[in-house]
Design a protein around this ligand. Structure first.
Ligand code: TYD
Length: 426
């Protein structure tokens, strides 16, 4: 271990604040009726005081810039700060450094209270021994002062940052520095400061600070529920939220998920195939799944990705077993090939009564062949899922899907995130 104290900058080093900053700047400019500049210009909003950027890049006078800043905060305070993204592998790095007894701190130019809120929201705060950022009104705190506030005595410390000021601050305090090139700093300006080390990616940073860190752990999440329970909306929202929390997600669905299985999907859902017998239907779902797991799911999990799959074997048991009346044991049997390669680590069940779900589904678009089967069929599907939940309560996380979509996402995410942390999925 090269260092036993690591001090991190926040923005551009641990988290990427760009999505929130861009969204709030766009919001403010729309409210001011000022044309929105291109992304290259918006990028220059990262770092300097906001009012200066509004004057410099959007031709505003001081009064207008003050108004625009107020509009920016109108969105940033309730929403924008949560639109950060934890850089991939940062959570695992902090976890492993902490486990090895390394002292960890943050020294950031972002106000201290906002920084603590961000670290808490993203579940990172508990890894740190100290956090230093400017207090309200403390406009002149420079990086060297902030580092001094968290620098422990008698340890070999290093400062990690994406900005030339981080490297200079480390030098002023007589400690080593690591310049990370994945943040917002201009690379040549950073290199010109002669940092002790340079890391292109978070993988490089992990290799340098924690060489024996294990490879990322893959994880297989499935989502289930009756037709119309809102799974697709929730899958998209969960993908977004998990990405914000630093996970690399591969989202997929069944039937489908790869070209051959998509072809089988077309056969299965085509309303022309109304004479398809239940056994054929079950075998086609199983065939599509065998290909999907082999070609897509398993390789992604082996690469350390989080796979988020809309439906899996449970659907076959609930639909072809429960609702079509096929023998459940046979349905499990024909899915053994797929399950043998990768059973879900966790299954999120969106619980909704079938009548509400189906009326939502019918209101959205024309139902497919299976959705046309009606209320009694949907009730049997739900009973099939409920039976599975009773059989394997430890695998399922049930969420009340009759709430607002935002609340469903919140509940689902919190349940999933806790389960992932418990399983060491960082
Ligand atoms: P889709 O349009 O993907 O619906 P949803 O968004 O509800 O998943 O269509 C898939 C349909 O196929 C859906 O009605 C559920 C059904 N299905 C089965 O009957 N068995 C299965 O094994 C799977 C995966 C899906």
């Amino acid at each position: 271990m090269l260092y036993n104290a690591v001090i991190f900058d926040l923005d551009g080093t641990l988290t990427d604040s760009q999505p929130g900053i861009y969204a709030c700047a766009r919001y403010a400019l729309e409210k001011m009726n000022v044309p929105i500049p291109d992304d290259a210009t918006l990028r220059r909003f990262m770092g300097p005081p906001l009012a200066d950027s509004f004057m410099r890049f959007c031709g505003m006078n001081e009064e207008e810039a003050t108004q625009a800043t107020a509009f920016y905060r109108e969105r940033y305070i309730p929403i924008g700060w949560k639109e950060n993204r934890v850089f991939p592998r940062i959570r695992a790095l902090l976890h492993h450094l902490k486990k090895q007894g390394i002292y960890l701190a943050v020294a950031t130019g972002k106000p201290q209270h906002t920084s603590i809120d961000i670290l808490k929201y993203f579940g990172l705060y508990d890894y740190f021994d100290a956090v230093a950022g400017p207090a309200p009104g403390d406009l002149h705190a420079n990086k060297a002062d902030l580092i001094a506030r968290v620098l422990p005595e008698g340890k070999k410390a290093v400062m990690v940052g994406d900005h030339p000021g981080d490297i200079q601050g480390a030098r002023d305090q007589g400690i080593a520095s690591i310049a990370v090139l994945y943040g917002y700093g201009e690379n040549d300006e950073l290199i010109a400061k002669e940092p002790t080390h340079v890391c292109d990616t978070t993988d490089d940073l992990c290799a340098l600070l924690c060489p024996d860190m294990p490879a990322p752990k893959g994880y297989f999440i499935t989502m289930e529920g009756v037709d119309g329970c809102g799974k697709s909306t929730q899958a998209a929202a969960l993908q977004e939220r998990l990405t914000q929390f630093g996970y690399t997600i591969h989202r997929t669905r069944e039937p489908g998920g790869c070209p051959l299985s998509e072809e089988i999907r077309n056969m299965l859902l085509d309303t022309k195939n109304s004479n398809m017998c239940a056994e054929t239907e079950a075998l086609l779902f199983a065939a599509a799944r065998a290909q999907h797991i082999d070609q897509v799911i398993l390789p992604a999990v082996q690469e350390g990705k989080i796979v988020l799959c809309d439906r899996f074997v449970d659907s076959s048991i609930a639909y072809q077993g429960g609702a079509r009346g096929l023998d459940r044991a046979w349905v499990k049997e024909i899915n053994k090939a797929a399950l043998g390669k990768g059973a879900p680590d966790v299954t999120l069940y969106l619980r909704m009564d079938p009548e509400t779900a189906l009326s939502r589904r019918y209101a959205a678009s024309t139902p497919d062949r299976i959705e046309q089967m009606g209320d009694a069929f949907q009730a049997r599907i739900q009973a099939g899922f409920e039976q599975l939940l009773q059989e394997e309560p430890q695998r399922f996380l049930a969420v009340n899907a009759a709430q607002t979509p935002e609340q469903v996402t919140e509940d689902a995410f919190q349940a999933l995130f806790s389960r992932m942390l418990e399983g060491g999925v960082l």
